[in-house]
Design a protein around this ligand. Structure first.
Ligand SMILES: NC(=O)C1=CN([C@@H]2O[C@H](COP(=O)(O)OP(=O)(O)OC[C@H]3O[C@@H](n4cnc5c(N)ncnc54)[C@H](O)[C@@H]3O)[C@@H](O)[C@H]2O)C=CC1
Ligand SMILES: O=C([O-])CC(=O)C(=O)O
Length: 313
């Protein structure tokens, strides 16, 4: 019988990779190949076996295969890249550029060879520069390559708002644009709780503190964990994007997508609201910004350009 289940290739079987595999199975999105380099063979084979045994308890019919061979990843419908080193306290994401670019060169070349038709979501940092490199090396169509950051950054912002108000997180709607760095742009003017503008519900000083905590959300986790960075929320955020593609949900999710004139910006992957469906990035939404918001977005864009400027392919 033909293989009709979707196939999900997870590149990197570390903290985020393992959680991605678990979530993909729990949501029954498809069969998973958890790939890592040979030195991590036991890690991916162990995680695969462990999750498959959990599947028996809960009755999930998707299988995880741990592999160190790209041939097993070939033909994946979705590929999520978490291959890369996480930062430690005192480091910036940009400090990871050289080491993670080396890894991305290997990963992107293999994607080009083995998964040319996949929807590819990059998670490795520094996010916006790595997805730029991925797109250049793998040569995939622009609608099939994205970076995950905005879903996570937005989710952090929503979490802090719900905590501050003591309200259900379900009713918080928010949008964080820009690069995945300290100058990302939480759009307070476009955020609501149950349809009520956020600015009417939280005083400015409290809101400023929430914005600051969101911008430094990654570092807060790095300082707590000490040996690495966040992994539960990043995994869930990436799965939301993969699911929207696989199930053609057409969700509007912020993602690092290639800009071609939107927001007056071009040539770089940058965090903007996208519509993700069976066509990959089917739309980029050009939010109307006021002068102050535009200035913040331009500042974030300059930071991304600076890091990408250091990318030697
Ligand atoms: N975009 C975002 O919002 C977020 C990004 N990150 C980034 O995600 C990346 C992964 O984080 P973790 O899973 O916590 O790290 P981790 O260290 O637990 O896992 C990374 C895995 O990549 C593997 N790897 C190294 N070279 C490889 C190669 N050539 N091919 C395949 N696999 C390879 C390693 O063996 C390791 O198992 C980091 O760069 C981190 O900064 C982390 C959190 C959020
Ligand atoms: O901060 C980091 O290094 C990991 C990351 O991107 C995040 O958690 O937002």
């Amino acid at each position: 019988m033909a293989h009709t289940k979707k196939k999900i290739g997870l590149i990197g079987g570390g903290q985020i990779g393992g959680n991605l595999a678990l979530l993909a199975v729990q949501k029954q999105l498809g069969d998973v190949v958890l790939y890592d380099i040979p030195v991590a063979e036991g890690l991916v084979k162990g995680k695969a076996l462990d999750i498959n045994q959990l599947s028996a308890v809960d009755g999930y019919d998707c299988r995880v295969t741990g592999s160190t061979d790209w041939k097993d990843v070939a033909g994946s419908d979705v590929v999520i890249i978490t291959a890369g080193v996480p930062r430690k306290p005192g480091m910036s994401r940009e400090d990871l550029l050289d080491v993670n670019l080396k890894i991305m060169r290997d990963v992107a070349a293999n994607i080009k060879q083995h998964c040319p038709n996949a929807f590819v979501i990059n998670v490795a940092n520094p996010l916006d520069a790595m997805v730029f490199a991925l797109h250049k090396i793998a040569g995939l169509p622009k609608n099939m390559v994205v970076g995950m950051a905005g879903v996570l950054d937005t989710s952090r912002f929503k979490c802090f708002v719900a905590e501050a108000l003591g309200c259900s997180i379900r009713d918080v709607e928010a949008l964080v644009l820009g690069g995945h760095g300290d100058d990302m742009v939480p759009l307070v003017r476009h955020s609501t709780v149950g349809g009520v503008p956020l600015t009417q519900l939280i005083a400015k000083d409290k809101l400023d503190a929430i914005i600051d905590r969101t911008r430094k959300g990654g570092a807060e986790l790095v300082n707590l964990y000490k040996t690495g960075s966040a992994y539960f929320a990043p995994a869930s955020s990436s799965i939301a994007m993969a699911e929207s593609y696989l199930l053609d949900r057409k969700r509007v999710l912020p993602a690092a997508a290639l800009l071609e004139g939107q927001y007056g910006l071009s040539g770089y992957f940058f965090g903007v609201p996208t519509q993700i469906g069976a066509g990959g990035v089917e739309k980029i939404i050009d939010v109307q910004l006021n002068d102050a918001e535009k200035a913040e977005l331009n500042k974030s864009f300059e930071s991304v350009k600076k890091t990408v400027g250091e990318v030697k392919l």
